[in-house]
Design a protein around this ligand. Structure first.
Ligand SMILES: Nc1ncnc2c1ncn2[C@@H]1O[C@H](COP(=O)(O)OP(=O)(O)OP(=O)(O)O)[C@@H](O)[C@H]1O
Length: 682
């Protein structure tokens, strides 16, 4: 656990002492790994006759398949899956979850063997061997248990309904039937949906935005903060009053416009504006003439897909434009067949050709040229690669990565786009993978594998297409787009991905709604935050149309916040708040903020965080300042929900600007940043 320095955090701040003692267990859900190995004979002995279980399936597939593209299957993990399931379901923590839903002890343990036998014979409706096997190999017992526990409880409810009444009541609260009817205001209208589909750089968003510009009032939903900022600035630049709402930033038109000159709605005298927001911040209550949802294929994203489902079902726009990949057509059609909205599909072709080069860079950074963007997948690698490129090629690199505040990303993007700047190369993470228009001539994949927190996974077809699509943007870059790889051996993977069609999307992500949380919190008045979260996960019924978005971050967050006895009314706010559960500093600050909510203690962030003196000399300081910035963003977010607790917004915004300037000074000097020994910062 790192120590906060008094230099950076004012020592009189009350939380400093607290922070040092808070136990943060990052391995609660990811501790289980696959350790036992089996010989192939043992594997054969255990393997049921089911033909799906072929050892060949458990190696990294050479070719992309639409079914599974990425998992590094471990054959050992599959061979003893019965033991693992039994072991994980017998775990006391698992039984506690069942107990919370009033499952009798005797029933829970007496039926376990039977359930596992049936599951291994693929005779349990709600779960297939394939899914259990996938999750065992991907995430170990902990992840598999997130799937098998609900399956087991559903099995018990089917076989012993009289003994599972509480489970059945809770299940009815989180039902996935008629999700579309939750949005009654949108259901009260017949919307016209126009779906713009095609490859990257084909002008889909351009066409939808043209319609938005002409509209009386409208909403643009972005997959990224940076893109929401880009559209906000674009609208202002053409004289359209625009609002911006992202998890961390809210801007109203009166900061930029003369209010008297702005056209007003004749009925309620409200200003007619365009709203540019990140998709999680979508407004489903106001009525818009035109709405635009960008990158609709993200509806299948395991973490964030729910936000696209929510926007698609909930936006109250007479005309709703969806931009994205062709693969999203089936799921959109299925959902719209329920809502009764009309749909028109417009197809687009790529405006600029995209070519994969004949060879990679052969592992040689001196082959990098002006206008290249090198894509790599960790913050640590971004700095390392940039340094190597600057040494090998003599060209300066701009850097863009996920943790960098959007304001700093914009500065870096502008430095790269400006032909007169000395920054000729961009080194970026996949944060540039969607929508953003950068003057990139060639994309270079430093690797085609990305660590997802547990395993190195090959990039998906969609990721490779999206990232490659940043090269040769029509109207910005005058040349055709080029793509290559740092390692020659990765080139075929990229070629293959760009030639392949991704499979159709069949299911949309969903996430517990505020209403469900409210109902459950009332049904279980003494329950902790994590018990409420588990009760949703455990009673969720699989559906052909929806899947429950990845909840592991929510579990970790809720367990952490359990220590602070949050009021129930805050559960949903904290669930949606911008809290990166992998960032210890932010997680601790979230706990501290939760404490303030619990005690109704007013908090001035300027009393807690201050900009460090001097300059950034180490990666650690840069990361710490980035984490402080993220905590500040969380504070600002909470201000909008609890203004009397999280007060002094003006001071917080000033501090935000100072931190961004400080970060910028570190970025300008990134080549001379040093690492101190603690690697965990990176
Ligand atoms: N008709 C047009 N006239 C001028 N510029 C255009 C036109 N159509 C597209 N562009 C420009 O081409 C680039 C790519 O367009 P756009 O962002 O709409 O592509 P897209 O299909 O949405 O791609 P992606 O999915 O990669 O975001 C943008 O810079 C856009 O401004």
């Amino acid at each position: 656990m790192f120590q906060l320095r008094s230099l950076i955090v004012k020592s009189r701040a009350p939380f400093v002492a607290n922070l040092r003692v808070l136990p943060i267990s990052t391995d609660i859900y990811f501790r289980a790994t696959i350790t036992r190995s089996r010989s192939s004979t043992a594997y054969k002995k255990q393997t049921p006759s089911n033909k799906k279980w072929k050892p060949s399936e458990f190696h990294i597939p050479n070719k992309f398949s639409t079914k599974d593209e990425n998992a590094k299957y471990s054959y050992e993990a599959v061979s003893d899956f019965r033991d693992k399931l039994l072991y994980s379901l017998k775990d006391n923590e698992m039984y506690e979850r069942a107990k919370f839903l009033s499952v009798p002890h005797s029933l829970y343990f007496s039926e376990l063997q039977n359930f596992i036998k049936l599951a291994s014979q693929d005779k349990i409706d709600s779960i297939s061997i394939d899914t259990i096997r996938d999750s065992l190999t991907r995430g170990g017992e902990a992840e598999a248990s997130l799937l098998t526990m609900p399956a087991y409880l559903h099995y018990l409810a089917k076989e012993f309904p009289d003994r599972m009444t509480k489970f059945l009541t809770t299940k009815s609260f989180v039902s996935t039937e008629n999700v579309h009817l939750v949005y009654l205001n949108a259901r009260a209208m017949r919307r016209k949906i126009i779906m713009h589909v095609g490859p990257t750089n084909s002008g889909k968003t351009y066409s939808a935005l043209k319609r938005l510009e002409e509209s009386f009032n409208g909403i643009y939903c972005s997959p990224l903060r940076l893109l929401a900022h880009e559209i906000y600035n674009k609208m202002l630049s053409i004289g359209r009053p625009c609002r911006l709402i992202t998890g961390e930033d809210r801007r109203e038109p009166d900061e930029h416009e003369n209010l008297d000159e702005i056209p007003r709605d004749s009925k309620n005298n409200k200003i007619n504006t365009i709203l540019s927001c990140t998709i999680e911040m979508v407004n489903c209550s106001s009525l818009f003439e035109v709405g635009v949802i960008d990158e609709i294929q993200m509806i299948q994203d395991s973490q964030r897909g729910w936000a696209w489902t929510n926007a698609l079902l909930g936006i109250r726009a007479k005309e709703l434009h969806l931009c994205g990949e062709e693969t999203a057509i089936p799921i959109v059609q299925k959902l719209l067949s329920l809502t009764g909205d009309s749909i028109e599909i417009r197809r687009y072709d790529r405006l600029n050709e995209l070519t994969v080069e004949e060879t990679g860079l052969d592992g040689d950074w001196s082959k990098v040229k002006e206008g290249d963007c090198v894509v790599t997948f960790s913050r640590k690698n971004i700095f390392k690669v940039a340094k190597e490129i600057e040494l090998a090629s003599g060209m300066k690199c701009a850097l863009i990565y996920g943790q960098l505040p959007p304001e700093n990303r914009i500065i870096q993007a502008n430095l790269f786009n400006d032909p007169n700047s000395e920054y000729k190369v961009l080194v970026a993470s996949d944060a540039i993978g969607m929508g953003i228009n950068l003057k990139i001539k060639r994309i270079i994949f430093e690797s085609v594998y990305k660590f997802d927190g547990r395993l190195e996974r090959r990039l998906t077809l969609s990721q490779i297409k999206q990232i490659s699509g940043r090269a040769g943007r029509y109207g910005i870059s005058k040349v055709l787009g080029l793509v290559t790889t740092f390692n020659n051996s990765h080139l075929d993977t990229v070629k293959e991905a760009l030639d392949m069609k991704a499979g159709a999307i069949q299911r949309a992500g969903i996430f517990p709604s505020g209403r469900q949380i409210y109902k459950l919190a009332h049904a279980f008045p003494n329950a902790s935050f994590s018990q409420i979260v588990y009760s949703i996960i455990d009673t969720y019924s699989p559906s052909d149309l929806y899947f429950l978005s990845n909840t592991s971050h929510l579990i970790q967050l809720s367990k952490h916040l359990d220590q602070f006895k949050l009021p129930k009314s805050s559960y949903y706010t904290m669930m949606c708040a911008p809290i990166n559960h992998r960032n210890d500093f932010v997680l601790k600050m979230a706990g501290y903020f939760a404490n303030s909510i619990n005690n109704s203690t007013p908090l001035d962030i300027c009393e807690i965080i201050e900009v460090p003196k001097g300059s950034i000399r180490t990666f650690e300081t840069l990361l710490l300042v980035e984490s402080m910035h993220r905590s500040l963003i969380l504070f600002i977010w909470l201000h909008y929900y609890y203004p009397s607790i999280f007060w002094n917004l003006e001071g917080a915004l000033e501090l935000k600007l100072s931190l961004e300037n400080f970060i910028q000074s570190g970025m300008a000097n990134h080549k001379s940043l040093k690492a101190i020994e603690k690697k965990r910062f990176m």
